[in-house]
Design a protein around this ligand. Sequence first.
Ligand SMILES: Nc1ncnc2c1ncn2[C@@H]1O[C@H](COP(=O)(O)OP(=O)(O)OP(=O)(O)O)[C@@H](O)[C@H]1O
Ligand SMILES: [Mg+2]
Length: 255
Amino acid sequence: MTLLQVQHVMKVYTTRFGGNQVEALSDVSFSVDSGDYIAIMGESGSGKTTLLNILAALDKPTRGSVLLNRKNIVQIPEKEISAFRRSNLGFVFQDFNLLDTFSIQDNIFVPLVLSGKKHKEMEQKLKPIAEKLGIEHILTKFPYEVSGGQKQRAAVARALIADPELILADEPTGALDSKSSDDLLQHFDYINAEGQTILMVTHSIKAASHAKRVLFIKDGNVFHELYKGQMSNEEMFQKISNTLAILAAGEDGNA
Ligand SMILES: Nc1ncnc2c1ncn2[C@@H]1O[C@H](COP(=O)(O)OP(=O)(O)OP(=O)(O)O)[C@@H](O)[C@H]1O
Ligand SMILES: [Mg+2]
């Protein structure tokens, strides 16, 4: 089943004084099936964050549409957007975005508190997720009392707690050491195997090699796409490296 359809998305930023226009996305189209695991790669400035912000309904495209379950999120009225985001999307940011004055547990509860859930229900939802992510013992601690990897797992728990249709992750392993980053990727493999749809932006070939599909963005367009199929992580890693080399070589060719 198709969960997300991105159709001819264009984004032009106009600078404050209206003089310069930057075309961050030219004409991006792709679709995501329910249960898919997509990595988006591309050089700095290629439009990845711009795309993620549009998918998260944090920004509107200049042209094109984004359908989540056939509903065009571009047309959702401003006052309904936060509620829409809370009930459909889960976010994992590079810098975790945990609130320092809240315990880990209260941080994880934020999306549920905002949608008015009862404490008992929140605790019931948290239990299996905390077990799965191995964070039961740090729930009463504060973010400054736990490690980077634990913070990241708390951020994943917060993204999962409202049962979102789609998890959007921006460089989820960017701030992690290699052990924590391997753990996070294993958790993503696990939740994806359980049916969770994931879309992540990453510079890490290793992270991308866990995905079922990798989209390469260049100059605001989808330049290439790789399907993992039956390939191992190692084979996928090699394919992604080769594609990135071709992308970089293309740039030399234009110079
Ligand atoms: N608010 C903005 N106003 C004007 N231009 C912008 C704005 N945000 C991004 N851009 C420009 O749009 C282009 C795409 O930026 P974007 O942040 O999407 O790239 P990215 O692929 O996420 O890069 P990185 O890997 O460095 O995070 C760049 O040329 C950038 O300078
Ligand atoms: Mg970015």
